[in-house]
Design a protein around this ligand. Structure first.
Ligand SMILES: Nc1ncnc2c1ncn2[C@@H]1O[C@H](COP(=O)(O)OP(=O)(O)OP(=O)(O)O)[C@@H](O)[C@H]1O
Ligand SMILES: Nc1ccn([C@H]2C[C@H](O)[C@@H](COP(=O)(O)O)O2)c(=O)n1
Length: 221
């Protein structure tokens, strides 16, 4: 793993991690891991298999055996659970919150660690999440922590939902995002935190193209 280049992009929900990570993975032809999607699929699968939220042993067993596939297309990431397309279902705010809750269980995180590391293959890996630079790939050559104000991130989510024809309430989104930030940042294991050697980028005032340019220049692409 040591000689495989890895770029980690961590940050809170809606900061633009996935957008930038996918752009760079496509540009370089590197593998792409959306680690948040794993937690989202796990939460979704636990509902599908009717596992009670407090049944940690069953959740861990599900995490160990989760039948999950990712395919990165030209314009989106396709996610399959047990062969069934779930890309849209796992992207709701409800699914994000459910993911944040299962992700706070230390044994669940431990069960998913090697699965994430297995994505590290030649010619390289771009990955986004909360603990990619701190826990999963601590030796990554390039680490970015991408952030933005909660208001700006909620506004991005509001526009994203509107484009999909889904009406939402901006102040509810700000509340949901802030609550998720708090849970992800305050949990005991692998909290949302910049790695000490990460480039910290605040994108509140930056568009996608400007963030992409800054990350490319940091990685000397
Ligand atoms: N710098 C930016 N300026 C404006 N809009 C942006 C910027 N970066 C991303 N967006 C938009 O914000 C929305 C959320 O972006 P994205 O899904 O990449 O965030 P994320 O950090 O991966 O979120 P999550 O953690 O919830 O998966 C998308 O609609 C995306 O197009
Ligand atoms: N490395 C990761 C990635 C994600 N999570 C948890 C916490 C998030 O709120 C949730 C959904 O992630 P998203 O798709 O919004 O990036 O999953 C985590 O704990 N660690």
């Amino acid at each position: 793993m040591a000689d495989i280049p890895v770029l980690t992009i961590d940050g809170p929900s809606g900061s633009g991690k996935g957008t930038i990570a996918q752009m760079i993975a496509r540009e370089l032809g590197w593998h792409y891991l959306d680690s948040g999607a794993i937690y989202r699929v796990l939460a979704f699968a636990s509902l599908k298999h009717q596992i009670p939220a407090l049944d940690e042993n069953s959740l861990v067993q599900l995490a160990q055996t989760l039948d999950l596939q990712f395919h990165l297309d030209d314009d989106r990431l396709n996610v399959l659970l047990e062969g069934e397309e779930v890309s849209q279902q796992i992207r709701t705010e409800k699914a994000g919150n459910a993911a944040s809750k299962v992700a706070a269980i230390p044994a669940v995180r431990a069960a998913l660690l090697q699965r994430q590391r297995d994505f590290c293959q030649q010619p390289g890996l771009v990955t986004d999440g909360r603990d990619m630079g701190t826990v999963v790939f601590p030796d990554a050559q390039f680490k970015v922590f991408l952030t933005a104000s909660a208001e700006e991130r909620a506004l991005r989510r509001y526009k994203q939902l509107k484009e999909k024809g889904i009406e939402s309430n901006l102040s509810d989104l700000i509340t949901e995002i802030s609550e998720r930030d708090k849970r992800d940042s305050e949990r005991k294991v692998a909290p949302l935190l910049p790695a000490t050697d990460a480039l910290i980028l605040d994108s509140t005032e930056l568009g996608i193209a400007a963030v992409y340019e800054k990350v490319c220049s940091y990685c000397a692409i």
